[in-house]
Design a protein around this ligand. Structure first.
Ligand code: N2P
Length: 363
């Protein structure tokens, strides 16, 4: 079991970690924090199972801060919260949502003089297409989408040959988990059919819809979010579509589990920290971004949840010989494969996929 317990209550749970005034480990008192940053409260919106065991409490101790930490389980949910005026100091959307938030003028430009640890980033995460120059965002985790499978029940050769088509192999009926995110579920259908995950073609979207419909109607899949992590670590089903980081954790817990990134291509994603326009404590938000890029916080993050670190030293150590994720193919994102793609914001997909995904799941 992960130490961070997954709690699901209509998808959203707010946890408040209150700094203990007078804590002897504090480097800054809450009063000093409030004086320096204007307030000692920092409100964060992040994915579930996505932060190191001590990352928040250490930040609170070091800066005398009180962190209010809310979970979001999709980019669309994050967007809805921000667009409805809810105020966060930090949010951690994926690249395609960052594109949308920039276009809609919902983010603050970062003050790089407050983020000297930006120098710790891996080279390939600097100056990304979705935010040239990292003007609005600093990477938090990155990785692939792929298939976790139980090697005792699903032959390696078979899954490597079939890729996503394994999801329609009747031998695995009722033995499959599908991650409940519309852009990613459609992405695997697009890839299986040889299309771009960013297609705007009505025919291609319709073909992908029919493919997913067929999987739904013939294979009896279970649609899940983060509960899939412990379920696969416990070997409850044979096949699961999962994020690389969650998969890395599963593989580190259960030696029967393997990870396959299909030859049809997959999603390469980048989740990054942004400061929304209406943030109430942007100064402390900059401090948090800088803190996440430290060796200790980055190490705790990746060690706890298994996602690839944006911090070069941490990434190299964990994936290198002797590192916790050495040889763990789920931790190290596949780069440079010609069929892999990064999602882009696209109005056509945005409008259609949400409706079609509901139809798939309720068919
Ligand atoms: C789930 C985190 C998913 C992040 N634990 C993918 N962007």
């Amino acid at each position: 079991m992960r130490k961070i317990i997954y709690i699901c209550m209509i998808g959203i749970i707010a946890l408040s970690f209150t700094a203990c005034a007078g804590n002897t480990n504090s480097e800054m008192s809450p009063e000093e924090c409030a004086q320096k940053y204007g307030s000692n409260v920092l409100k964060i919106c992040n994915w579930g199972e996505y932060v190191g065991e001590n990352v928040i409490s250490d930040f609170e101790k070091k800066f005398g801060a009180k962190v209010i930490y809310e979970y979001c389980y999709s980019n669309e949910m994050m967007y809805t919260k921000l667009a409805s005026g809810e105020s966060y100091d930090i949010a951690v959307p994926s690249e395609y949502m960052i594109e949308r938030l920039i276009t809609e003028d919902m983010l603050q430009k970062l003050d790089k003089s407050l983020i000297p640890n930006e120098k710790n980033l891996l080279d390939n995460l600097k100056d990304p297409d979705y935010d040239p120059g990292n003007i609005y965002s600093i990477p938090y985790f990155w990785g692939n989408f792929g298939i976790v499978y139980n090697k005792n029940n699903v032959p390696k050769d078979d899954i490597e040959e079939k890729g996503y088509e394994i999801l329609r192999d009747r031998r695995y009926k009722g033995r499959i988990y599908i991650y409940d995110l519309e852009r990613d579920a459609f992405a695997i259908a697009f890839k299986e059919l040889g299309y771009s995950i960013n297609t705007e073609s009505e025919k291609e979207i319709n073909d992908a819809y029919n493919w997913l419909l067929d999987v739904n109607n013939t294979m009896d899949p279970a649609y899940v979010t983060d509960e899939v992590i412990d379920a696969m670590a416990n070997g409850e089903k044979d096949i699961a579509l999962m994020w690389g980081g969650d998969a890395a954790y599963v593989l580190s817990q259960n030696k029967d589990m393997c990870f396959c990134i299909p030859k049809q291509g997959t999603v390469l994603f980048f989740d990054a920290m942004v400061i929304p326009k209406n943030a109430e404590n942007p100064k402390l938000a900059h401090e948090f971004i800088n803190y996440i890029l430290t060796y200790d916080a980055s190490m705790d993050n990746s060690l706890t949840v298994g996602y690839a670190s944006p911090n070069k030293k941490v990434f190299d150590e964990l994936s290198g010989e002797g590192g916790k994720y050495y040889g763990n193919e789920a931790y190290i994102p596949r780069q440079g494969y010609y069929k892999d793609e990064v999602k882009h914001d696209n109005e056509v997909l945005r409008k259609k996929l949400s409706d079609l995904w509901i139809k798939v799941k309720s068919s």
